[in-house]
Design a protein around this ligand. Structure first.
Ligand code: HEC
Ligand SMILES: [Cu+2]
Length: 496
């Protein structure tokens, strides 16, 4: 109906214009369709690098190819984590386009990945920011297109359920929609993005760390970092500039939970594009608040040599959780702007009142020993490995699932009373309404056709003997083999 009305008004305008009743040209003609000239492939970069500024003066069709990769990488020294990434790193690739561009977006989900993913770009005008149109199973690609209507710096992120977990595992990045007139030139442009990680172990606990849903829900991160790891921007990885240079930082916050109080120790933001908008520029700012799902651009000129520390000024995060980076500025001293230490002399004030000593009596908490049926221990141990690679992301390391989204395996009546169904579920995937322990779920579990019969038997043995579940028998490879044989739809993909 709306389309029809527009058409009628258009015809009327044309008629009036033709008959000379209409006077001003701008009123007579509706805005011309935006001209799109040519096609190009987007240059994508990993942090802290930014693609070069856009010099063209017209809109074009930009093709973006972004591949989701689930990878084990360093989170801190001696600490590894399975990151879910847009392009192989956290944050995801930096995308740079121009206002008015038509973007043809291709999201590829690598065939070795375990999870479906999608993308919600805050620069997209349309439902979900592209999320539903880009929902992609492992080994598939999705395509959708959008017009970049609003200039600014925008966050993108995965929006596949459980959304918090996808973002919490590193699925976010930045897309810059340059205004038509461009941005003022600077000497250095850098890409920095903050995010939190919630690990089962404490800060610094060594080895491969798993995602901890309870900590994530409670918003108690173990790590708060810039660019996906402790130390991404320190030491040899520090950002650099020379005295007299102008530096621009595109700073985003992936969250998932915490707002960042972004600050550069020892300098001021000469220009702050608050909230990533081009129309609200502030000057001479010390600290700027960047909520999850938002971004800012800061420009400043460095005038004195030395190390400038980038922090989240919620300062324990900087010193105790990783949220610190360095900008190293080299060049001649400028004692007028900053003198350095000029004196150190003896000083003695009046004695202060005595304060009582504070005693702390913190007891370390002993972990609960798992009750383990020794006859099944070998299979159980192998099964646990598979569980921690394949199943825990959804069902959680503690087997409790995610309220309302993923059913529990701990004390699950479905798992324990329908062994055949549980095995079939792993082979074939599951979907549709399901009641577990009296609560309804309606989700999608992807199939695991790559697991061997023995691996399925092992993981079943593990889940049926963990978290209070107990099964006096193990599940055998033979049982799995029989079920697999009777399953013609084995490779059917529930996402298709
Ligand atoms: C992508 C997330 C995901 C992964 C990974 C996953 N599951 Fe599931 N699982 C689900 C969902 C969602 C359901 C409920 C499906 C429904 O609503 O029909 C489910 C249901 C189940 C059930 C039946 C319900 C219950 O709670 O007892 C079992 C058993 C199960 N999964 C075992 C496993 C095992 C074993 C693995 C690893 C091999 C695994 N799942 C991996 C999401 C997942
Ligand atoms: Cu995802």
């Amino acid at each position: 109906m709306k389309a029809k009305m527009v058409k009628t008004l258009g015809a009327l305008g044309l008629f009036l214009a033709a008959s000379g009743v209409w006077t001003t040209k701008s009123e007579a003609q509706s805005a011309p369709a935006p001209e799109i000239a040519g096609v190009e492939n987007a240059v994508l970069t990993d942090a802290p690098n930014v693609p070069p500024p856009i010099t063209r003066k017209y809109a074009t069709k930009v093709i973006v190819d972004l591949e989701v990769q689930e990878l084990t990488k360093r989170l801190a020294d001696g600490v590894d984590y399975v990151f879910w990434t847009f392009g192989g790193s956290v944050p995801g690739k930096f995308i740079r386009i121009r206002e008015g561009d038509e973007v043809e977006f291709h999201l590829h989900n690598h065939q070795d990945n375990k999870m479906p993913h999608n993308i919600d770009l805050h620069a997209v005008t349309g439902p979900g920011g592209g999320a539903a149109s880009s929902f992609t199973a492992p080994g598939h690609s999705s395509q959708f297109s959008f017009e970049a209507l609003n200039p600014g710096l925008y966050v993108y992120h995965c929006a596949t359920a459980p959304v918090g977990m996808h973002i919490g595992n590193g699925m976010y990045g930045l897309i810059l929609v340059e205004p038509k007139e461009g941005l003022p030139p600077v000497d250095h442009e850098y890409y920095v993005m903050q995010g939190e990680f919630y690990t089962a172990g404490k800060y610094g606990d060594q080895g491969l760390q798993t995602f901890d849903m309870d900590k994530a829900v409670d918003e108690r991160p173990t790590y708060v970092v810039f660019n996906g790891a402790v130390g991404s921007l320190t030491g040899d990885n520090a950002l650099t500039a020379n005295v007299g240079d102008t530096v621009r930082i595109y700073f985003g916050n992936g969250g998932p939970n915490l707002a960042s109080s972004f600050h550069v120790i020892g300098d001021q933001f000469d220009t702050l594009y608050q909230d990533g908008t081009m129309t609200n520029q502030l000057h001479d700012v010390q600290t700027t608040l960047v909520p999850p799902g938002s971004a800012v651009i800061v420009d400043f000129k460095v005038k004195v040599p030395g190390n400038y520390t980038l922090v989240d000024h919620s300062i324990f995060r900087a010193f105790n959780k990783g949220a610190a980076g360095t900008l190293t500025v080299t060049g001649p001293e400028n004692p007028i702007i900053y003198s350095g230490k000029q004196a150190d002399t003896i000083y003695a004030g009046k004695p202060l009142a005595e304060t009582p000593a504070i005693s702390s009596a913190l007891q370390p908490i002993k972990p609960e020993a798992p009750s383990l049926n020794t006859a099944l221990s070998e299979q159980y141990t192998r099964g646990k490995q598979i569980y921690l690679q394949t199943c825990f992301v959804c069902h959680q390391p503690n087997g409790l699932g995610v309220a309302g989204q993923i059913p529990p395996l701990a004390k699950s009546n479905v798992l324990m009373n329908d062994k055949t169904g549980a095995i079939r579920g792993v082979l074939q995937g599951r979907s549709g309404e399901l009641t577990v322990n009296g609560k309804k779920y309606n989700g999608i579990m992807i199939p695991f056709p790559k697991l061997t019969d023995q691996q399925v038997a092992d993981v079943m043995t593990y889940v049926r003997n963990s978290w209070g579940n107990s099964d006096s028998n193990s599940v055998t490879a033979g049982e799995v083999k029989d079920l697999r044989r009777g399953v013609p739809a084995l490779v059917a993909n529930p996402f298709e």
